[in-house]
Unconditional design. Structure first.
Lengths: 206, 111
């Protein structure tokens, strides 16, 4: 579609400048999109692996809790777990990937997971908590990665839309308009020339 | 201890064990209203990571969706003791579809 501008030399110069800017912008955005995509795929690969592992292991581990519960009685289990001796020190920093703000989550676990006496609890509970503690690190990592993937995906969508708008709308429009103005100016030039020739003929015929 | 910024929401049988890891645990009933209340409380306490079991997440899909647009908290669906429903993987795939425009096959899917 032709832009709605006057067909003048001024406008032509202006449009040509705009075209250069648009093309440079398009190239930059395209590069950004490629790099975002690369980062995104890296995160997705890692997240997939962790997710698959958690899907497999976590429900299995959690299932064991039901056994423990029925073995020890829910009151005693509750008593054993209600006062944790572990302190989770979670720090969330915001880092920037391709200028997208994403969280970086690190955590430290202090203290033992066994926050109860051995007398009243079953050995299964110990094992259960050890396994749970082991998978917990993965879960934190998953939380971080899924959030990153989500935020990057948003940015990717935005960037793709901009790239497409430049590539398929703005740049072709400007090109078409430049062509139109050039043709129109040429045409005016020719009509002017032929008018002059005609005038000259008339003058000479007198 | 009280400032640990991780919270787990799920049914009692599945998530009580996380309490021993120093994580805050909330065990609402499976009613949509209760779950919503629990998630709201989690937001008020400004948790950074919110683990929620798939079963309960099902009750409040619109909240989960809303939270995914913010930088924090990070909401993660986890399977519960009764097994995985595959919602977590589905969510991951949705993200990929959104970003790439198509799914990327893995070994177990058609590629």
């Amino acid at each position: 579609m032709k832009l709605n501008v006057n067909s003048t030399r001024m406008e032509l110069m202006r449009l040509k400048k705009r075209l250069i800017v648009a093309q440079r912008g398009h190239k930059l955005l395209k590069d950004k999109q490629d790099e975002l995509m690369r980062q995104f795929m890296e995160i997705i690969e890692e997240t997939r692996t962790i997710r698959a592992k958690i899907e497999k292991d976590l429900s299995f581990i959690l299932k064991r809790f039901i056994h423990i519960n029925s073995f020890m009685g829910s009151e005693r289990v509750y008593e054993a777990l209600v006062l944790p001796s572990v302190n989770i020190d979670l720090s969330v920093r915001v880092i920037s990937i391709m200028n997208v703000k994403v969280p970086e989550i690190t955590f430290k676990q202090e203290g033992s997971v066994r926050c109860y006496g051995y007398a009243e609890t079953s050995g299964e509970l110990d094992l259960y908590l050890i396994d749970l503690g082991r998978i917990f690190g993965d879960m934190i990592r998953l939380a971080q990665n899924e959030k990153r993937a989500e935020l990057l995906a948003d940015e990717l969508v935005k960037t793709r839309r901009r790239v497409n708008a430049l590539e398929y709308v703005l740049i072709p429009n400007i090109k078409e308009t430049v062509r139109y103005i050039t043709i129109k100016l040429d045409e005016m030039e020719r009509s002017n020339l032929s008018r002059l020739m005609k005038v000259k003929d008339i003058v000479r015929a007198k | 201890m009280s400032d640990s910024k991780v919270m787990v929401i799920g049914d009692r049988d599945s998530v009580l064990g996380f309490g021993a890891l120093g994580v805050k645990v909330k065990t609402p009933s499976a009613q949509a209203e209760d779950v919503r209340q629990a998630v709201k409380e989690a937001l008020n306490e400004e948790v950074a990571i919110l683990f929620i079991t798939e079963r309960l997440a099902q009750e409040v899909p619109e909240m989960i969706k809303d939270l995914s647009r913010r930088p924090l908290p990070s909401v993660v669906l986890i399977p519960d003791a009764s097994g995985s429903k595959g919602m977590g993987l589905k969510k991951l795939n949705e993200i990929i579809v959104k970003a790439v425009g198509s799914t990327i096959g893995t070994q177990d899917e058609e590629s």
